[in-house]
Design a protein around this ligand. Structure first.
Ligand SMILES: C[S@@+](CC[C@H](N)C(=O)[O-])C[C@H]1O[C@@H](n2cnc3c(N)ncnc32)[C@H](O)[C@@H]1O
Length: 215
């Protein structure tokens, strides 16, 4: 009754009462979801599940083959953990003993949750990997990581963080400079011209599956 009245008053002022924000409506549109079918909480959980990784199955398969080309004694470096989807792809394709370092400063996520919530969600999701599969999750900016790294030459470097041109150049330059044996990254596609431009300056992709490139 109160809700109906509020709706009428707001409607008479030319506004619409909606449980969902414009950005939430955009997400629903992207997934072709009818928002009428969702309670507010259900929508938040459903979008969290739907948006937990940003890689296609073909790209994940290709990343798997790249991991399988590495040697167990060479560490793997991932820049851009997000919620751990690609981290899990790498983890299940490496040996238990092979070291994987994944770096994120929790500056961005598709749900706009706080950096603290983002970090806690990711840590919990990757808990088994970090406790039992030699996966180290580093909460730091990639440039700090690049300046501080003193470990062995990486067998695989996978960048999937900030997709601006300068930022991608930083990633590729560092990987080249430390002698990473396989250098790859995500989002070589027209939506991210900075990635394409930077990769082309390094000679372009030698292999490309979906938007997953290898230098
Ligand atoms: C596209 S998402 C990574 C997706 C993830 N690799 C996957 O496939 O599931 C980009 C991530 O990079 C992180 N990021 C952005 N800029 C960064 C920076 N300068 N240093 C470290 N992480 C950064 C964001 O917080 C975000 O989690």
């Amino acid at each position: 009754m109160v809700k109906k009245l509020a709706k009428q008053i707001i409607g008479s002022m030319g506004f619409e009462l909606s449980r969902f924000s414009e950005s939430e409506k955009k997400v629903a549109e992207e997934f072709e979801w009818d928002l009428e079918l969702f309670a507010y909480k259900d929508f938040q959980v459903a979008r969290g599940i739907a948006y937990s990784g940003l890689m296609t199955v073909d790209e994940a398969r290709f990343l798997s083959t790249l991991v399988q080309r590495t040697s167990e004694e060479d560490p793997i470096i991932e820049i851009g953990t997000l919620f751990g989807f690609s981290t899990m792809v790498v983890t299940i394709n490496k040996s238990k003993a092979q070291k994987l370092i994944t770096v994120d400063n929790y500056s961005w996520n598709p749900h706009n949750i706080s950096p603290v919530a983002h970090k806690l969600a990711t840590a919990s999701r990757l808990q088994d990997a970090s406790s039992n599969h030699n996966v180290e999750i580093l909460n730091k900016s990639k440039n700090d990581f690049y300046n501080e790294y003193s470990g062995p030459i990486p067998g695989l470097f996978f960048c999937d963080a900030n997709h601006e041109y300068e930022s991608t150049l930083d990633d590729l330059r560092w990987a080249r400079q430390v002698g990473a044996k396989i250098i790859c990254g995500h989002d070589y596609k027209s939506k991210f011209p900075g990635v394409k431009k930077a990769v082309k300056e390094f000679g372009g992709p030698s292999e490309l599956v979906g938007s997953l490139f290898v230098l």
